[in-house]
Design a protein around this ligand. Structure first.
Ligand code: PLP
Length: 318
């Protein structure tokens, strides 16, 4: 369904790192979400007529789900806890593209049950709505926020296989795979699949570690997420640089890091990658003796830059 995504080299902090270009996986899917939604693309879902999702109005998953729904001819309802006046007046990025694909974006705070929903987590609100507001549950598919569900594993098994093939082809013996996390679904399943597939491989002798960092709620949040998905044996390594990052917060450090990595000629995205590279930089400084190879997973999401970059420019380019 997808071609193997290429691996390229770039210079980062005076060292060569490999970049796995999942951003090039498919023009219409945000790379990471193409892996996570692979299950829904590859299976027969002809009994479904309606897709329900939820999350932020800027989310890469909003866009990718809208593509999925459009391809399959499904109606698509996407619930957000809040829609800003700005984005309604100036639609851009994932939000604008999703609307163009026919997404029906619903602001929960504007529903008549809004007061009842106020204290609830969006995921729980949507569970209630799914239970009571749709008449034909058997034809409805509900994907939890960020694609955090067991269905994500089959697409990440393919990513793991691509990485193992590349390792074999290039005679890599020591590798650290680094990726920034949101829900941690990608990191957890990728690590599990790499470990399981390598255990069945007699050819490769490899010292491998999957390392990730939180862009959302700190290390404990991430470990809690892992525990919902995989056994503790499969937890990836979580590292931090001593700072707490708030998702989507615009900081000069993040913007500067983004500009600096883009000088490699590869465009990165503005929500996860700046934090990823800041933490990777700190990690490299702390592990100067590490002589093995490093692979950074580029998880796509570039469409979101259409929204994030103007926001950054308004804030910092004076
Ligand atoms: C969704 C997304 C992530 C986070 O993936 P998780 O599986 O939720 O950790 C990271 N980077 C990009 C570009 C994404 O779209």
């Amino acid at each position: 369904m997808f071609a193997t995504s290429p691996v390229q080299q770039m210079l980062f902090e005076q060292r060569r790192i490999f970049v796995k270009r999942d951003d090039l996986l498919h023009p219409d899917f945000s790379g990471n979400k193409a892996r996570k939604f692979y299950h829904f693309l590859s299976r027969d879902y002809s009994h479904i007529t309606h897709l329900v999702g939820s999350g932020s109005a800027q989310a890469n998953s909003l866009y990718s789900m809208s593509v999925l729904a459009k391809q399959r001819g499904w109606q698509f309802d996407y619930y957000v806890s809040h829609l800003s006046d700005f984005i309604i007046k100036h639609p851009s990025g994932n939000y604008a593209a999703a609307i163009a694909n026919g997404a029906n974006i619903i602001d929960v705070s504007q529903l008549k049950q809004a007061t009842q929903y106020q204290q609830m987590h969006l995921d729980d609100v949507v569970k209630q709505i799914v239970k009571f507001s749709y008449t034909q549950p058997s034809s409805l598919l509900h994907i939890p926020e960020g694609g955090r569900c067991e269905y994500a594993e089959s697409g990440l098994a393919i990513l793991a296989k691509e990485i193992i093939d590349w390792i074999q082809l290039n005679n890599i013996s020591e590798l650290k795979v680094f990726l920034p996390s949101g829900t941690g679904t990608t990191a957890a399943y990728l690590n599990k699949q790499l470990m399981q597939q390598l255990a069945c491989n007699d050819v490769i002798r490899l010292n491998l570690e999957v390392i990730t960092c939180s862009t959302v709620g700190g290390d404990d949040y991430l470990t809690t997420q892992f525990a919902l998905l995989v056994d503790e044996d499969y937890f990836p390594t979580v590292v931090n640089d001593g700072r707490k990052y708030h998702f989507g917060k615009l900081t000069r450090r993040c913007f500067d890091m983004w500009k600096s990595v883009n000088e490699s000629g590869i465009e990165f995205e503005l929500l996860y990658d700046p934090v990823g590279f800041l933490v990777l930089k700190d990690y490299l400084v702390k592990h100067l003796d590490w002589q093995g190879d490093i692979m950074y997973l580029h998880q796509g999401g570039l469409l979101g830059n259409q929204t994030m970059l103007p926001r950054y420019q308004r804030k910092f380019s004076k």
